[in-house]
Write a protein that binds this ligand. Structure first.
Ligand code: ZN
Length: 129
């Protein structure tokens, strides 16, 4: 009789904390210099229609860490994001990679992370709002 190995692979539905503490991510800049840093700001980007003309400043952004505070975007030597609810703000470079990353998040739902001038990460992800 075959002694079957009954060891089962348990799906890992381990509880996920809403805001994993000390959550670090790897991020690389244009020179492929990678550092590990923590997420300083997570920005939920509203879906954009591919056929519509829009700019970064037209994107609808909300701050995840405070459950959806409205984010004001300013462009001046980079992109400035400030949450109107909790006043957290970050600045990222106005590089092509950053522009593409934000637009891909809005169009395709691609997550995009980039380093802020605070040397922590700004993470963009799509929402259905
Ligand atoms: Zn906020």
């Amino acid at each position: 009789m075959k002694n079957e190995n009954t060891e089962k692979v348990k799906p890992n539905f381990g509880k996920r904390t809403a805001q994993a503490k000390a959550d670090t991510e790897n991020v690389c800049d244009a020179d492929a210099t990678c550092i590990e840093s923590k997420v300083g700001m997570t920005i939920a980007v509203g879906i954009q229609d591919r056929d519509e003309h829009f700019t970064i400043l037209d994107l609808k952004m909300h701050h995840q860490e405070c459950e959806g505070g409205f984010i004001e975007i300013h462009e001046k030597d980079g992109y400035h994001f400030r949450c109107k609810r909790c006043d957290v703000s970050r600045v990222i470079a106005g590089s092509d990679a950053n522009k593409e990353g934000m637009i891909d998040a809005a169009l395709k739902g691609a997550k995009y992370k980039t380093l802020s001038t605070n040397l922590d990460i700004v993470l963009f992800m799509q929402t259905n709002d």
